[in-house]
Design a protein around this ligand. Structure first.
Ligand SMILES: *Cc1c(COP(=O)(O)O)cnc(C)c1O
Length: 534
C-alpha cells in the first residue's frame, strides 16, 4: 500500500479545536479519521493555529461580530524534531505537535517556535496575501522537512487544495540539491504528487504576484523566477501549480469533475482531472441511535428524539420554541451569495406557510470575518427570523456541534446553490445518513445520490444560466407544496420509507471510508511505467 502524506491548511476534528473554518477542514478531518479507523499508512500535516477561526456572534443590529479565543492545547503532544523554514529572509524554527485525541492516524501540526514568529499562524485565513503565503510556506515546505526530520517515508504526496503547493517546490529543490536538473526534478516530483481541487468559483482560487512569492521566500533558493512562472504562471496560480506539479488531480464530485475539466482546460501541462466524490465520517456524523433505529428499531421514534434534542437546544440558545410536530427544515452554509440562503424566502408562497407554522426553518452559518457581503447575507436571515419569531430561527456561531445537531435533528435539509458552483456539499451527506431528507438543487454530490421522491427531492432540472433563480424558486415551491408538505403531514409511512432509503443510499457511498478506498484505488496507486522518465 502506498504511504501517503496528506497536506491541508485546516482540520475539522472537534468543535473544541477551532483549527478549521468550514467544508474543506471538515473533509480533511473526516478523511484522517477514516485513515486511522482503516489503519492505512497515511500521515496528515497541518498548522497549529493559535487562535483558530472566528467565534461569530450576532450583535443587536443583527450583524455578525468576530471574537477569537486561544486554541486549547491539551490534545497536542510536542514531538522532538528540528524543522525550520525561511520566511522574509529570516530563519523560522518550527515546533511539531502530534494530535493525540479525536484521531488515531498520525496527524502533525506545525507552529513557529518563537513567539515573535507566531503572527504567521495566528488566525486561520487571517491576514493579507503576504501572510497567507507565509502560512503556506510553513505548511508546504515545513511539512516536507518535518517528514524528513521524523524519518517518515512517503510514496505519494497529496496536496488537498492549492494551499499546499509549496511542498512541490521544496520537493523539486531537494532533488536539484542532490544533482538533478530542474526538468528532471520537476518530472520526478510530478510522479509522486496528487492534487485535489476544490472550488469551481474562480475567485476562490488563490493567485499571487510572483515577486511577492519570492520576497516571502516561496521561491526557495534554487528556483529561478522563470521556473516559478513555468509552474504556476504569472500571477502564480496555486491551483494551476497544483495541476502542473501532480501526476493526477481530482475534483470532489462527478459533476465537479466536468466543471473542473472545463475550467482548467487552458492550462498546458496540467494533470488529468478525475473525480473522487467526497464522503463524511459516519461515527462522527451519523447518530448511533439512528443506526439502531435503521437496522430494526423504530426509526421514527429515534428521529423524533433527535428532533426534540435539537428543539431544546434551539430554545436554550436562541429562546425560540419550535414545535416537534411541525416540519423543520435546516439550512446551514457559509454565507456566500451563490449559495442563495434566502431563496426559499423570496416570493409570496412561503409567507402563509411560515405564519401558519406549516414550515419551520432553522438557519445557521458564518461569514468570513473580512467578507462584508457575507455578513450582510447573515444580517438578512437574522431579520427574517425576527419577522417570523415562531417559525424561523438563526443559530449563531455555526460549528461542528451545531452541524451535528442540525443534520440529525431536522426533518429536511435544504440546499440551493447556483449550479454548478457547489463542488460537493458534505452537510447533505451527514443529513442523508441520519434520515434527514435532502431537498436540493442537482449540484455537488446530489446528482449521484438523488432518486427524486424516493430518498429525497431535487429542485429544478439542472438548469443553468440567466433565469436560474426564478426557475429554481418555482421548482422549490412546487416540490414543497406538491410533495414535501403533503407527505410530511398526511403520509407518515411514506416519509419514514424515504428516510430508510436515504440512509441506505448514503451510509456507505457517501462515507469517508468509501472515499479513502477510492483514493487508494484510483489516485494513489502508482501506475506501472515501462518507459524511462525523461
Ligand atoms: C459539514 C460542514 C460544512 C460543510 O458543509 P457544506 O454542505 O459544504 O456547506 C461546513 N461547516 C461545518 C461546521 C460542517 O460541519
Amino acid at each position: 500500500m502506498p504511504r501517503v502524506a496528506y497536506f491541508c491548511m485546516e482540520y475539522g476534528l472537534h468543535e473544541d479545536l477551532p483549527i478549521y473554518a468550514g467544508g474543506l477542514g471538515i473533509l480533511a478531518g473526516d478523511y484522517v479519521k477514516s485513515a486511522g479507523d482503516l489503519q492505512v499508512p497515511l500521515v496528515g500535516l497541518g498548522l497549529l493555529w493559535s487562535e483558530g477561526y472566528t467565534v461569530q456572534k450576532i450583535g443587536d443590529d443583527g450583524l455578525p461580530r468576530d471574537e477569537y479565543f486561544p486554541t486549547p492545547r491539551d490534545v497536542f503532544e510536542e514531538v522532538a524534531a528540528e524543522v525550520s523554514v525561511q520566511i522574509r529572509g529570516k530563519q523560522v524554527p518550527l515546533a511539531v505537535y502530534r494530535v493525540a485525541k479525536h484521531v488515531t492516524a498520525q496527524l502533525y501540526l506545525l507552529e513557529p517556535r518563537k513567539p515573535e514568529d507566531r503572527w504567521i499562524t495566528r488566525r486561520l485565513y487571517g491576514g493579507g496575501a503576504e501572510d497567507r503565503v507565509a502560512q503556506e510556506i510553513v505548511l508546504g515546505v515545513g511539512g516536507v522537512r518535518l517528514l524528513r526530520a521524523l524519518g517518515i517515508d512517503v510514496d505519494v504526496y497529496h496536496f488537498n487544495e492549492g494551499h499546499a503547493v509549496f511542498a512541490g517546490l521544496e520537493l523539486i529543490t531537494e532533488k536539484m540539491a542532490a544533482g538533478a536538473s530542474f526538468e528532471q526534478a520537476w518530472a520526478s516530483v510530478r510522479e509522486q504528487v496528487v492534487f485535489t481541487t476544490h472550488t469551481p468559483v474562480a475567485a476562490g482560487n488563490e493567485s499571487h504576484r510572483v515577486e511577492m512569492l519570492i520576497d516571502q521566500g516561496a521561491g526557495l533558493d534554487l528556483l529561478s523566477r522563470d521556473q516559478l512562472v513555468r509552474i504556476g504562471g504569472d500571477p502564480f496560480g496555486m491551483t494551476v501549480a497544483g495541476l502542473r506539479l501532480s501526476r493526477v488531480a481530482n475534483a470532489v464530485a462527478e459533476l465537479h469533475g466536468h466543471t473542473s475539466r472545463r475550467m482548467w482546460k487552458h492550462v498546458a501541462g496540467a494533470a488529468p482531472i478525475v473525480a473522487v466524490t467526497n464522503g463524511v465520517h459516519p461515527p462522527t456524523w451519523q447518530d448511533a441511535r439512528i443506526r439502531v433505529g435503521y437496522s430494526g428499531g423504530n426509526l421514527w421514534q429515534v428521529h423524533q428524539q433527535l428532533k426534540r434534542e435539537l428543539v431544546a437546544e434551539i430554545a436554550a440558545r436562541a429562546r425560540v420554541s419550535l414545535s416537534e410536530d411541525r416540519l423543520l427544515i435546516g439550512f446551514a452554509r457559509r454565507a456566500a451569495s451563490y449559495k442563495r440562503s434566502d431563496l426559499i424566502l423570496r416570493g409570496e408562497a412561503i409567507t402563509p406557510l411560515l405564519t401558519e407554522r406549516r414550515v419551520q426553518i432553522v438557519f445557521s452559518g458564518k461569514a468570513h470575518p473580512a467578507d462584508s457581503e457575507g455578513k450582510r447575507i447573515i444580517g438578512n436571515l437574522v431579520n427574517v427570523s425576527r419577522r417570523f419569531p415562531e417559525s424561523v430561527v438563526f443559530l449563531e456561531n455555526y460549528d461542528m456541534r451545531i452541524a451535528r445537531l442540525l443534520t440529525r435533528g431536522c426533518d429536511a435539509w435544504l440546499n440551493n446553490p447556483r449550479r454548478p458552483m457547489e463542488a460537493s456539499g458534505t452537510s447533505g451527506m451527514k443529513a442523508a445518513m441520519n434520515g434527514v431528507l435532502n431537498i436540493s438543487v442537482l449540484d455537488g454530490w446530489w446528482p449521484e445520490g438523488c432518486e427524486h421522491g424516493v430518498n429525497g427531492w431535487q429542485i429544478g432540472s439542472g438548469f443553468e444560466g440567466p433565469g436560474q433563480d426564478e426557475h429554481d424558486l418555482g421548482s422549490l415551491n412546487d416540490v414543497l407544496l406538491g410533495d414535501v408538505l403533503p407527505t410530511y403531514y398526511e403520509d407518515r409511512p411514506r416519509w419514514e420509507t424515504m428516510m430508510r432509503k436515504s440512509i441506505e443510499m448514503s451510509q456507505w457511498r457517501f462515507s469517508s471510508d468509501r472515499m479513502l478506498e477510492q483514493y487508494y484505488q484510483d489516485v494513489y496507486r502508482v501506475p506501472v511505467r515501462t518507459s524511462t522518465a525523461a
